[in-house]
Design a protein around this ligand. Sequence first.
Ligand code: A2P
Length: 336
Amino acid sequence: MSGHNIGIVGATGAVGLKILKVLDERLKEIKSIRLFASERSAGQKIAFRGRDIVVEDLANSSFKGLDVVFFSAGTEVSVKYCPKAVEAGAVVIDNTNAHRMNPDVPLVVPEANFHALKNHKGLIANPNCSTIQMIVALAPIHRINPIRRIVVATYQSVSGTGLEAIDILKRQSEAMLAGKEIPTGVYPHPIAFNLIPQIDVLLDSGLYREEEKMVRETCKILESDIRVCPTTVRVPVMYCHSESVNIELTRPMQLAEVRDILSKAEDVVLVDDPAKSVYPTPLACEDKDEVFVGRLRVDPSVDNGFNMWIVADNLRRGAATNAVKIYTEMVKHGLL
Ligand code: A2P
């Protein structure tokens, strides 16, 4: 792979740091790396391949000379700065919700819809973390036997909210165990020893926005009007999202065939021997790039129904790895 000049916006955050790590692991050659954050962390140094890179204040920097820029500094930052980076000549891979539903912006999980990248106009969207891991597991089944309906409940770790949320879970847990007053912040309720069935803001439809993202992004990526019924829940887990997923296929299919498809699917690992308590758990999937599937079984309550349990590292597979994979696939196919 020929080296490029790479930028990361939100480089001091949970996803930004992970993008840097995945780039280090996956790219042999990098011409240069520039790191951007807010003025709060401008001047901070981050080590990369034996040298320190100074974080730049995004508001006072230019994207000139960069070939590709990864954005993960929140939707508002992406709305304002992604167009500037594209104008400066960079290909932008945006991890926020800012542009995902724009018909001119490909929304890509490489294993599912790489072809959508072919007509890109400089801006590419990385889907939501809970959508990505579900799509990696379901796309290979959908290709063979189209999925008509998905019912999904998520169990999402606090790292999806950012570094601040990791900190509040630690501090609330310590306070609870010590019998002290519980610090508040980040979430509307304590997250330690609790479950919060709310992610993002409430919409007129009665869905929270995270749920709406799963509905709309799934249809866009799979180019289908699949009916999706999600409930998204924040859980007191540091890393990795888990999902209980129920699907209804168009045609009857044997369980063995679904298992066979999943066992051959790119980036999917079957961890499925329930009699021996073998199934994926968040702790076991930390810092892994693959999507792990277990508890695969028939759902006898509907026609052509199956259930499964899908776990992946939300910062890696659900964000950084998917974004970097979009980039490396584009380079491989001469699209960048
Ligand atoms: P900073 O460290 O300067 O606040 P997380 O999701 O883990 O909270 O990280 C968010 C990332 O987005 C951080 O790198 C943060 O930088 C960055 N960020 C937040 N707001 C801005 C902004 N207005 N301009 C540039 N970067 C921002």
